[in-house]
Design a protein. Sequence first.
Length: 634
Amino acid sequence: MSFSTIPWRAILVGGLIGLAVALVDAYDVSGFLANIELKALNEQFSLRGFRDPQSPIVIVTIDEDSFAELNIPWPWPRALHAKLVDIVSRGKPAAIALDILFLEPSARGPEDDQALAKAIARSGRVVLAAGLSEVREQGWIKEKQDLNPPLPLIREGAAAWGPVNIVTDHDAYVRRSRLTLNFQGRDWAGFDLQIYRLAKARGIPAAPLPTDPELVINYAGPPGAFPRVAYSRIVSGEIPPEVFEGQIVMVGATTQILQDVFPTPFAPRRTMPGVLIHANVLDTLLSGIPIRRAPIWLVASLAAVAGGGAAWAATALRPLTAFLLVAAVALAYVAGTHGAFRWGRVWVEVFPVPIALLVPYVGVVAKNFAKEQVEKRRLSRFFSPSVVKEIVRQKDDAGLGAGRRRMTVLFSDIRGFTSMSEKMEPEEVVTFLREYLSEMTEAVFVHGGTVDKYIGDAIMALYNVPFEAPDHAAQAVRTALEFQRRLQPLAERFAVKHGSELRCGVGINTGDAVVGTIGSRQRLEYTAIGDTINLGSRLESITKDFNVPVVISEATWLEVKELFDTRYLGEVTVRASRETFPRRLLKKVQMRGGARRPHARRTFCTLSVRSRAPHSRRWAFFSRLRRGQRRAGY
């Protein structure tokens, strides 16, 4: 394919389609494509699987076992929480994060609040949780917000406190986290950010914070990814404090009873406790491994290139080859997105590029299919189904351009049909011609011929066009014999219905002619012109003079003489031609010796013809019926 033949227009349209797909995916207001991409992100996590947490985080679980061991209804006494803080603090942890809200005074009295406040103050490394609430009405967020911090008495001795709000996507999954939350025009550091700062200050290795306050959480795995210790085992003294040395201890509810659970990529059935989500956020921050989203311009560029490439493939290649190529590129892209996610921690949208590949491919294939159907209907007027299929398969009809080539032409006509048709109703004539021409056309196609045109009841057929056929002359002769065979049942029905005898004459000539699409700027037809065609027509017209069904020229005879027996007739003069044909005496010509080939048992009559040019000769041949068959009418 040269530069000039590259389908630039299709490539441009495909590229624009790809770009549009990427932009629609990026700015999808309906949320449909966004939800699909989020599901794809879930699959990326599933395919990647579990990773070892890199930060020293321990989860103290308020679970079913603790409820059973302590046998205390929720909320538990704050003095009990104070006991937990004192025990853990003796182990010198880096930080203690209580994912428990202390918004109201304890129902057990001020002493309960005092006990917790003193334990928090003694520790000096406790981060408390706040709850930022918003008042919603009919889906609209009102201006009223409440920060809901811990009680002043309890938060006074805390190292820090921050909102523990969980950010959910459209499908209620938790994949993102915000490090700061806006309240009354001010950004407040969230629970995870406060723990990060305290842990870093206490010597925990920490990567720099990301510039964007919102990040995609790099989940370590399912809920059991982090070390866990039951709350009851600590307050009962079963776990020694030294276990928590240098650890970030996060305390929170893990039981389904307290309803602090959410769906995540590793917990699609809403089994990931909120405290474990915070643990994954903190591990992502400390390790510096947030999931980065690929920029829109990168995805748009890839989609545009993919769309243009798919359009080129569908235009330049066969549909199946193009489909395999498009499918291979799509699979390679999907694999590449997972590779980028697994090893580069980059979230690349999965669907824009495959859709950008599919839409131009389907569009071009559908357009080509519709075009092929129109082309097939046009070409089927001239060519057999196999030839039409080959022309369409080659995706162009360059071979149909006008040019000189050696070929064989066949003319056929019904004897005396004009006078017979005058005795028939017009509707009967149309019905008969449809049946007759259909039978004869099928015979032409069976033997590899091309129907050039119908002229009333006459047929003009070409052989060795548009594709090479070395035995084109033999194909034409076999077609002529097939005409006679197919005509017999038609003639019998015609004789019964109309009382007339039905015969046809066939003239065949071989030579050079100009063949191809010929005509005006307004209308083109596939046909052939030249003396070869004119002589073929003359040979058909003189079959009635000798009362024989088939005449072939000398050039045709030279091509088929090894296949058929022939009989020489003599010379005649054909008017309105550049050649004259003086009468000569008939002479029988037998087939040469050798193995018999198809149709070798048929015989022909031959007629010698002579041109005005010295030493130039033409031959005409007339077919005979099979030996032993009745020769009435010939």
